[in-house]
Design a protein around this ligand. Structure first.
Ligand SMILES: Nc1ncnc2c1ncn2[C@@H]1O[C@H](COP(=O)(O)OP(=O)(O)OP(=O)(O)O)[C@@H](O)[C@H]1O
Length: 527
């Protein structure tokens, strides 16, 4: 099986070099220089530090902190964000300082898992590891391990991400963990994870999410004939990912880590975008834009209330911007009277020829200087160190679609260094004999434009991309009713029960004698 794509990342305050003997210099024509540590760590991640001559020759950390305050959309990074968000897991082991998860989400209200958790909480107080049986290790990420976990006595299953707090603190990944938790707490969308609960033990920080039994799209792609999806299947997965990205942008989240490995398949065959620890939180002002062709359009622009979404955790905001307010019924159009004629014209021109109002939810002012993402998926502006915004998600969407259709990414080199050079300098080519449609090629070309300002989606976000002919056959409103290309086999809990190991967790004080005894379950295999 092919190796999953490698991840590149720098965090302020964190040593960026993994191995000094693998340090190499990359110099681009336009005087950018990137110091690369191309040595993969055991978990297949690589750290990359960047410095750009156009900003300063300071370290990444300085550069980030000098850029961050200029912009309200500054990234939640280890150093910068500690100032904005005083709570940390280390300082607040019970998690009381973190945003509380709503008892249920408006769109998931009839999900029995909420009730199951509430009943356990009502009986025992807070949740703990002793309430669960860990059936299987689903995978291991950079900041934690994910287990299939069964709620004892009730039988419903979850995906539980378990993070070692000592490791997070030691490797300066507390803010990444917090970013992920904050974002998960905001989400209420069919193609994004539901966070049912989160809890802390002395040693671990745990997130309880819904379990996707179908694995990830990377693995699924490998099983396809020719190791690529048909255009029909690729359109299905790309459509759902696009809706998930649209919602994230509307919520003020730039995802930044789109790749097939992070697109999970639910038991019904629909997708779930996972993994938010590299995401960027920013301000956004979702706006309804009325086309100029509308005859009754006296006031061309509307703004949804609450007018702007702020990256500050919702519980701290003076106005309600909880996800529950972002249902269509809460969209109270508000006339924007103060726009100048020029602004009005600009906005109006952004609309399509269709006369219906369009929702534009693109956080176009988001800005970050971080070097985060996965090598083959990194946008050129990230590699060049130009600073980047929400358009990086449309670049990665182009790479993603290319990979689904061709079984490989377009700029992959023989190593990470060459890949980065290719992304910045090589023009887009389709493989010889590529038989994808003209529309698919045209969409990919529009997305893989190196200048983010000229990239499809830069101005009007997902709205612009959804109108591309490639998606002409997609019924966006009814996509959840579309038959998925493949439906995973149902999870066989009985089979999993048979394969339990019989050892109890040794290193978690939270488990009581009684909870250790009844039945075998997995050992913790942490770090
Ligand atoms: N809800 C879920 N249902 C099923 N499997 C999951 C779920 N969430 C994660 N996984 C699996 O667990 C593995 C680890 O996930 P996780 O998000 O922690 O790591 P990651 O995607 O490698 O990212 P990172 O390194 O940034 O943490 C993934 O490979 C994924 O396949």
């Amino acid at each position: 099986m092919e190796k999953p794509a490698q991840k590149a990342e720098t965090n302020a305050g964190e040593p960026v070099v993994v191995s000094s003997n693998s340090l190499q210099d990359l110099t681009f024509k336009n005087s950018f220089s990137i110091s690369l540590s191309l040595c993969s760590s055991s978990d297949n991640t690589a750290s990359v530090s960047s410095s750009t001559n156009d900003v300063s020759n300071d370290s990444v950390e300085t550069k980030k902190s000098t850029n961050a305050p200029e912009n309200n959309n500054a990234e939640s990074e280890e150093v910068a964000s500690h100032k904005k968000r005083p709570e940390s897991m280390a300082a607040d082991p019970d998690g009381a300082g973190f945003r509380r998860i709503c008892p249920s989400k408006p769109h998931k209200g009839n999900d029995m898992r909420w009730d199951a958790i509430q009943s356990v909480k009502a009986k025992d107080g807070e949740l703990g590891l002793n309430h669960f049986r860990l059936l299987k290790k689903l995978g291991c990420g950079d900041i934690g391990s994910v287990y299939l976990a069964e709620l004892r006595g009730i039988g419903c299953v979850f995906a539980m991400k378990v993070m070692d707090k000592g490791m997070l603190a030691g490797r300066k990944k507390l803010m990444r963990a917090q970013t992920e938790r904050d974002i998960l707490g905001l989400l209420d969308h069919p193609f994004l994870p539901t966070l049912y609960s989160n809890f802390e033990t002395d040693k671990f920080s745990c997130l309880l999410m819904e379990f996707c039994s179908g694995g990830d799209l990377h693995t699924l792609r490998q099983r396809q004939p020719g190791k690529h999806f048909t255009e029909l299947a690729a359109r299905f997965y790309a459509s759902e990912v696009l809706l998930a990205l649209e919602y994230l942008h509307m919520m003020g989240v730039v995802y930044r880590d789109l790749k097939p490995e992070n697109v999970l398949v639910r038991e019904d065959g629909h997708i779930m975008l996972s993994d938010f620890d590299l995401s960027l939180r920013c301000n956004v002002c979702p706006t309804l834009v009325q086309s100029s062709t509308e005859p009754s359009c006296a006031m061309p622009t509307y703004c949804i209330q609450p007018s702007c979404i702020d990256p500050i955790p919702a519980c701290k905001l003076p106005v309600c911007v909880q996800p529950s307010c972002l249902q269509p019924s809460c969209f109270t159009p508000r006339f924007l009277r103060s726009k100048t004629t020029k602004e009005k014209t600009e906005r109006t021109n952004l609309g399509s020829s269709d006369s219906r109002p369009e929702l534009i939810a693109e956080p176009t002012n988001a800005r970050s200087m971080s070097f985060v993402g996965t090598h083959e998926y990194l946008a050129p502006e990230i590699i060049r160190g130009d600073g980047h915004g929400s358009a990086v998600d449309w670049w990665t969407f182009g790479i993603f679609l290319y990979e689904l259709l061709h079984g490989r990414t377009p700029f992959k080199g023989s190593g990470n260094r060459e890949t980065l050079f290719n992304v910045v300098g090589q023009s887009l080519k389709f493989p010889d004999g590529s038989n994808i449609s003209f529309a698919a090629k045209d969409l990919i070309k529009g997305l893989l434009v190196k200048n983010p300002k000229k990239r499809l989606g830069f101005k009007r976000g997902a709205t612009e991309i959804k109108q591309h002919p490639f998606f002409a056959s997609v019924n966006w409103a009814l996509i959840r009713g579309t038959q998925p290309p493949e439906i995973p086999k149902p999870l066989d809990l009985a089979l999993l029960n048979q394969s339990f190991k019989s050892a109890a967790p040794q290193n978690e004080k939270g488990a009581t004698e009684t909870t250790r005894l009844p039945g075998p379950y997995l050992d913790f295999e942490f770090f």
